[in-house]
Structures are given as structure tokens and as C-alpha cells.
Design a protein around this ligand. Structure first.
Ligand code: UDP
Length: 338
């Protein structure tokens, strides 16, 4: 069975391609290399022992996308191709709406005319905003995200719900919490361009001496140590959730399915806890300074992921420290390539 994976050379996409190949799916990757690199394709092959088909183009080019659907019998899609920088989305909202939503609609148009079902969408816990109660389950009310990036995720969910309902198709919306870590082989991981925005890549570059110190954005939050709390989910665990979600859609007897799952560990960790775990796991030192809060940051978010366990038979298996160890191994691999 052939699955289209858009953004399949990206951070979460590449890990998911490996899991799909391990589970005997054929994979066709479309990735425009805007936030990924070609060597990732070779590394996928090294890990999985199989090479997926790969087409480097921008999904806004609908005529090229149509050719892919003509050439392969696509049975489903996992759609990772999207811009994801929260801050940048505030400066370039139109680019975000165009890139994240036009491309989604282009794929769904092909699904519609060719009668294809089974679509997995990368959503985000950002759709909950600062929830009133923890942990966050799938019935927690949504809040309009502050960033245009977050809005593209919320709008993407609505587009997919309407698509499934109107045309009788199966879709799964996966709301990721904070993905971290790298493949245990150290051949796949996150490739931050420029100065990282996210915590773990920044901590890694600080430990490696690329950054002088970590700026901790605020220690006056109403949490035990004053720093903000998130649910850090290991990227390979997250990748496996996609395969489970896809298998559920494929084996469903229902014509119309709209699945929504939180994909997190169920455990919250503060920024300081992450820094300490990183130092412990890797025997490194991460100098930091406490700074003002970062605008738009919420205090706390962690998942109740029981629904994914109940309905997908999936749960996070990897500890924070273990995930942070893989991150450091990946950093060493990147340095060895220089
Ligand atoms: N954070 C920080 N310093 C950094 C990057 C992030 O203190 O250089 C904090 C940030 O304020 C938040 C947490 O780490 O509380 C996770 O931030 P990230 O950007 O990784 O994810 P998100 O904000 O999307 O949850």
C-alpha cells in the first residue's frame, strides 16, 4: 500500500517514513527541501534498508502533484509539509496561510476526484491555547491561537473535518505536544536553521558551545520552580503514533471517520527540569540566564493521551532523559559531518 508523505525529509516526517517502511508500506515523499536536506533520504535508506520514492517540489505546484497521483496508486497521505515558526508567522502571515493551507487543499482536491480516503494531519496542542485545566484531553475547548501558524493548524483541522463529512472520507488529526529527540541511530534529527526558537535545539547548541548561554524565558510563572511547563514527546514515539493512526483509518469499516488524538506523554516538565535532565543525561553543562517572559508563551500544557492508548494502542514509551541523549548523539553526528 502506497502512502504519500509530504515533508517526508523533515524532522517528524523522516522519522515517520522510517516507521512506515518498517511496517511494509510503500512511501512516496514530496518535499521541497525548504527546511530539510537531501542526505536525510540516504539516511532513511541506511536505517530502513529501503529507499522511498522522492520528488523535490513545492506542493503549491498542483500540476506536479497531479502527476504524482497519476503515477502512483496513493492509498493515503500523511501531511507534514508546512511552515512551523511561530514568530515568523506573525511577520509573514500570508506566506503561512498560503503555504500551509493551499497545499493542503491541493492534496485534498486530488483525494476528492480520485476517491481516496485516509488522511493524517499534523496538528498541534497550540489549538488549545492556555487551557483552563490540566491535563488537556481532546474535549478541552479550543481557543483561537495567537499566532498565524497556530491558526493554520486550527483552520487545517476545520478543512479536514468538512472534507471528511462532505465526501465521506477518513481523516485523523494528531495534536502533537512538544516533539524532541532524534533517531537512536543518530542518522535523523532536527536541523534548526539559524538560531533555534525551540527549547531543546537551543539547549543542545548551548551544550555544544555554539551558543553562549540559554535564555530561560521567565521564572515567574505560577509553577513550582517558576518556569513554564510543557509535555515533551520523543519523536520516534510520535512517528509510531502516525502509523497506528493510519492503520486505524485503513482498517475502519466506516466510510466517514474524523479521529482526533492528543499525542503527548501525559507528563509536564518545566524548562529548568529539561535543562537539568539534559545535563544529567549527557554529562554536559548548559549555562543559562533567566530573562523576561517570551510574549505569547503559555504557562503550562500537558496532555491526557489516554484516548490514543485506548483507540490506537499507542503510548509514549521513551523517557525525557533517553530522548535528550539521542538529541546529543545527533548533534555529535552533525558535527562529524562538517
Ligand atoms: N524556552 C526558553 N528558552 C528558549 C526556548 C524556549 O526558555 O530559548 C521555553 C519557552 O518559553 C517555553 C518552553 O521553553 O516555556 C518550550 O518552548 P518551545 O519554543 O520549545 O515550544 P512551545 O513554546 O511551542 O511550547
Amino acid at each position: 500500500m502506497t502512502i504519500l508523505v509530504t515533508g517526508g525529509l523533515g524532522y517528524i516526517g523522516s522519522h515517520t517514513v522510517v516507521e512506515l517502511l518498517k511496517n511494509e508500506f510503500e512511501v512516496v515523499i514530496v518535499d521541497d527541501l525548504s527546511n530539510s536536506e537531501r542526505f536525510i533520504l540516504q539516511n532513511i535508506e541506511k536505517i530502513a534498508g529501503k529507499k522511498p520514492a522522492f520528488f523535490p517540489f513545492d506542493l503549491k505546484r498542483k500540476e506536479l502533484l497531479t502527476q504524482i497521483f497519476d503515477a502512483y496508486e496513493i492509498a493515503g497521505c500523511i501531511n507534514f509539509a508546512a511552515y512551523k515558526a511561530v514568530g515568523e508567522s506573525q511577520e509573514k502571515p500570508l506566506d503561512y496561510y498560503e503555504n500551509n493551507l493551499f497545499t493542503l487543499i491541493n492534496i485534498l482536491q486530488e483525494f476528492k476526484v480520485r476517491n481516496i480516503s485516509n488522511f493524517i494531519f499534523s496538528s498541534s496542542c497550540t489549538v488549545y491555547g492556555q487551557a483552563d485545566e490540566m491535563p488537556i484531553d481532546e474535549n478541552t475547548p479550543l481557543k483561537t491561537p495567537e499566532s498565524s501558524y497556530g491558526k493554520t493548524k486550527q483552520m487545517g483541522e476545520e478543512i479536514l473535518k468538512d472534507f471528511a463529512t462532505a465526501y465521506g472520507r477518513r481523516v485523523s488529526l494528531l495534536r502533537y505536544f512538544n516533539p524532541i529527540g532524534a533517531h537512536p541511530s543518530a542518522l535523523l534529527g532536527e536541523l534548526p536553521i539559524g538560531i533555534p526558537n525551540n527549547l531543546v535545539p537551543y539547549v543542545t547548541q548551548t551544550a555544544a558551545g555554539i551558543r553562549e548561554k540559554l535564555n530561560i524565558w521567565g521564572n515567574d510563572y505560577p509553577t513550582e520552580d517558576g518556569t513554564a511547563i510543557r509535555d515533551y514527546i520523543y519523536v520516534v514515539d510520535l512517528a509510531k503514533a502516525h502509523v497506528k493512526a493510519l492503520q486505524k483509518l485503513i482498517t475502519s469499516n466506516e466510510e466517514t471517520v474524523i479521529d482526533i488524538f492528543n499525542i503527548g506523554t501525559g507528563k509536564g516538565s518545566s524548562v529548568l527540569e529539561v535543562v537539568e535532565a539534559y545535563e544529567r543525561a549527557n554529562n554536559v553543562s548548559v549555562p543559562y540566564e533567566i530573562c523576561e517572559r517570551r510574549p505569547g508563551d503559555i504557562t503550562i500544557a500537558y496532555a491526557n493521551a489516554d484516548k490514543a492508548e485506548r483507540e490506537l494502542g499507542w503510548k509514549a514509551e521513551t523517557s525525557l532523559e533517553e530522548a535528550l541523549r539521542t538529541t546529543w548523539e545527533w548533534q555529535k553526528y552533525l558535527e562529524s559531518r562538517l
